[in-house]
Write a protein that binds this ligand. Structure first.
Ligand code: ZN
Length: 459
C-alpha cells in the first residue's frame, strides 16, 4: 500500500531529524573541539537550530497529516504503524508545551550548566542554588502543560523512559534496595580487596592504544567510528555510519578503559539500527534505559568478566609492565570487580551503584512534589548517603554537586541508569540460555569480531 500522505510525513520528519542531527553535531563539537571562547556564540546557534526543529515538528501540516493517518490501517509492528504511532506520541507532547516555555527551559539550563562547573570546583552549593530553584520552577510549569498524572514525576520520567510510570520504577527499586543493602553489608564484612595497582603512572597514549585494540576487537572501524578525549564522556551519533565515542583518559589510573567500553556499548546500539529507519523518529534507541542496558552490558558483563581478561590481560600486563608486571590475572580480575561504598556515582562499583541512583530518584520526587526545597538538598543528600552506604559526605562537590543533571534541568533521567543495569542482566541471562558457552566463545573469539561488516556496506 502506497500512501502519499505517509510519504509526506516521512519527508517532514526527515527534515526535523536533519535539524536535530545538526544540533547533535554542534553539541559534540562544543564538548570535544570548541575553544571555550566559542561558548556564547554556540549557545545562540544551538538555541536557533533547536527552535527551528521544534517549529518544524509542531507545524499545522504535520498535525493534519497525523490526524488523517491511522496506524490501525497497518500491522502494529510494521514500519508504517510504528512511524505514525511514535510521531503522534511525540507530536502530542510537543504541541502542549508553549515555545516560550521550551525556550526558557533551554536558556535556564544553559545558564545553570555554566554555573555548575565553577560551583562544583569550589564546592559552593549556594552559587548553584538560584539556578536549581529556577529549573525546578520551570519543571513545575512544564508538568502543568499535561493532563493530571497519577504522580507528578510521571510527566518528567516519560521524557526519558516513554510510557513507564513512577510506581513501576519504585517497585523495581524497592526490590533492589531490599536485596542490595544487606548484600553491601555482607561484602563489606568479607574484607578489603587490593586494588591499589589500578592507580599509578599510566601513560595516556598507551591507554588509548590499548582501548582501541579492545574496541577494534568488538567491531570498531575507522570508516564509521571515532574516539575522542573529553572531560565528561558520552556517545553521540550525528547520523548513520557516524558513531562518536568520547572518553576521559587520565594519567593516574586505567579506569577509562572501562569508560571507553561503556561508550562503545551505547555506540554499537546506535550502529545496529536498521538503515531503513534513518531520518525517522524510529532511527535511534527506544529509551534511555534500553540504551544504558547496552553500555552496562559491555562495560560490566563483558568488560569485567573473567573470560574477557583471560584474553586481554597478558597484553595489558605487557603494556604496563611496571605497574602490573607482578599482578596476576586473578588479582586484577578481583580488583576491577571490587565492591566498596564510595562517594561518587560514576566511579561506583556494580553493587553500590544502584544505591546512588535510588537516592537521586527519591530526592527528585521529593523536589517535584514540594516535600523538599532545593536549599535543603545538601542535608537530605548527606543523610541518605549515610543511611544507604554508610559514607560521610565531606563537601558538596563530592555530594549534591557531583552530577550535572539537575543543573541541566534533567529531572527524571537518573532512574534510567539503574533500569538499564536491571535490563542488562536480564538480556545477559537470556543470552547465556540461548548461546550456552558465552564465556568460552568470548575468550576464544574476541579477536575475530573485527571482520564483521555492517549490513549497510552490502547495500
Ligand atoms: Zn551510559
Amino acid at each position: 500500500m502506497k500512501d502519499p500522505k505517509l510519504d509526506r510525513l516521512r519527508e517532514l520528519v526527515g527534515e526535523v531529524d536533519d535539524l536535530r542531527k545538526a544540533a547533535t553535531l554542534l553539541f559534540w563539537d562544543q564538548r570535544v573541539m570548541m575553544p571555550p571562547g566559542g561558548a556564547q556564540a554556540r549557545a545562540e546557534a544551538s538555541a536557533t537550530v533547536g527552535r527551528l526543529a521544534h517549529q518544524k515538528f509542531v507545524s499545522p501540516e504535520l498535525g493534519k497529516l497525523l490526524d488523517e493517518l491511522d496506524e490501525g490501517d497497518y500491522d502494529y509492528d510494521s514500519f508504517e504503524a510504528s512511524l505514525i504511532r511514535v510521531t503522534k506520541r511525540d507530536y502530542e507532547k510537543a504541541v502542549r508545551v508553549p515555545p516560550e516555555l521550551t525556550g526558557e527551559m533551554r536558556r535556564s539550563s544553559a545558564l545553570a550548566l555554566s554555573a555548575w562547573g565553577p560551583a562544583k570546583q569550589s564546592s559552593d552549593f549556594q552559587a548553584l542554588l538560584p539556578h536549581l530553584e529556577r529549573n525546578l520552577e520551570l519543571r513545575h510549569r512544564y508538568v502543568e502543560c499535561f493532563p493530571p498524572p497519577d504522580e507528578t514525576y510521571d510527566v518528567l520520567l516519560d521524557d526519558y523512559e516513554p510510557l513507564m510510570k513512577t510506581a513501576e520504577v519504585r517497585e523495581v527499586f524497592d526490590e533492589l534496595k531490599r536485596e542490595l543493602l544487606p548484600l553491601i553489608e555482607e561484602i563489606g564484612e568479607a574484607g578489603e580487596v587490593d586494588s591499589s595497582f589500578l592507580q599509578g603512572d599510566f601513560d595516556v597514549s598507551a591507554q588509548r592504544d590499548f582501548s582501541m585494540k579492545i574496541l577494534r576487537a568488538f567491531g570498531y572501524t575507522d570508516d564509521e567510528w571515532r574516539l575522542d578525549q573529553t572531560a565528561h564522556p558520552f556517545m553521540t551519533s550525528p547520523g548513520g555510519g557516524d558513531i562518536r565515542l568520547t572518553t576521559n583518559f587520565r594519567p593516574n589510573d586505567i579506569s577509562s578503559i572501562f569508560g571507553s567500553v561503556h561508550e562503545f556499548g551505547h555506540g554499537v546500539y546506535e550502529w545496529g539500527v536498521d538503515p531503513s529507519l534513518q531520518r525517522t523518529p524510529l532511527g535511534s534507541g527506544v529509551s534511555l534505559a534500553l540504551h544504558e542496558s547496552q553500555s552496562r552490558s559491555w562495560e560490566n558483563l563483558v568488560g569485567r568478566s573473567r573470560a574477557f581478561w583471560r584474553h586481554f590481560y597478558p597484553e595489558l600486563q605487557q603494556t604496563f609492565a611496571a605497574q602490573l608486571g607482578s599482578v596476576d590475572e586473578e588479582a586484577f580480575y578481583r580488583a576491577v570487580n571490587k565492591v566498596h561504598p564510595s562517594l561518587i556515582r560514576i566511579d561506583a562499583d556494580e553493587v553500590t551503584y544502584n544505591m546512588h541512583i535510588i537516592l537521586r530518584f527519591e530526592l527528585e520526587q521529593d523536589l517535584i512534589d514540594n516535600r523538599l526545597e532545593p536549599k535543603d538538598l545538601p542535608g537530605a543528600w548527606s543523610a541518605r548517603m549515610d543511611e544507604y552506604l554508610g559514607v560521610d559526605v565531606p563537601d558538596d562537590a563530592r555530594g549534591v554537586l557531583q552530577d550535572m543533571h539537575w543543573a541541566g534541568g534533567s529531572i527524571g533521567y537518573f532512574p534510567t541508569y539503574s533500569l538499564g543495569n536491571v535490563i542488562s542482566v536480564q538480556i545477559w541471562e537470556r543470552l547465556k540460555e540461548d548461546v550456552g558457552d558465552v564465556d568460552e566463545q568470548m575468550e576464544r573469539t574476541c579477536s575475530g569480531a573485527s571482520s564483521r561488516r555492517r549490513r549497510r556496506s552490502s547495500a
